[in-house]
Design a protein around this ligand. Structure first.
Ligand code: 4NP
Length: 155
């Protein structure tokens, strides 16, 4: 099962989701059956490490994002992945519009697997204050558990 998280820049939200979901999958002993990656709809930060604020917030909860590098969503991803999960509604529109038409992947908002109902999308923390990065982690940790439950039903 292959899961791809998608945000705009691939330096804040989707690499956070990648790191958190990898940790949840590891704890469940499913590393060998669930592959995880992330990308951005935009190419601004291709090849770059995640935002230092995201890495610091993640590290404070025990997640290591240091080795992740930005890349852009490509048409190959639509064929390669089983789940393509957008971090917000704008990302979801880009994912849907970029579909070459042969994808068997599930397209969904990542927070549709979340327990909370307040947020439909993960707010972009890039231009905001420090609190935004903690909120990203709160929302991502919650949705990661729900997503694992959903995927386990299909394994
Ligand atoms: P992300 O955040 O989509 O969560 O990675 C952003 C990162 C960079 C930019 C926008 C959002 N940017 O405009 O460079």
């Amino acid at each position: 099962m292959k899961v791809l998280f998608v945000c705009l820049g691939n330096i804040c939200r989707s690499p956070t989701a990648e790191a958190v979901f990898r940790s949840v999958v590891e704890e469940a002993g499913l590393t060998s059956v669930i592959e995880i990656d992330s990308c951005g709809t935009a190419g601004y930060h291709v090849g770059e490490a995640p935002d230092s604020r995201s890495m610091a917030a993640a590290a404070s909860r025990g997640y290591d994002m240091a080795r992740l590098r930005g890349r852009q969503l490509s048409v190959n991803d639509y064929l390669a992945f089983d789940y393509i999960l957008a971090m917000d509604e704008a990302n979801m529109t880009e994912v849907t519009q970029g579909d070459p038409g042969e994808s068997g992947a599930v397209f969904n908002l990542f927070l549709s697997y979340s327990n909370q109902k307040q947020y439909i999308g993960v707010p972009d923390p890039y231009y905001g204050g420090k609190d935004g990065f903690g909120l990203v982690l709160d929302l991502v940790e919650d949705a990661a558990i729900g997503l694992l439950g959903e995927i386990k039903k299909r394994l």
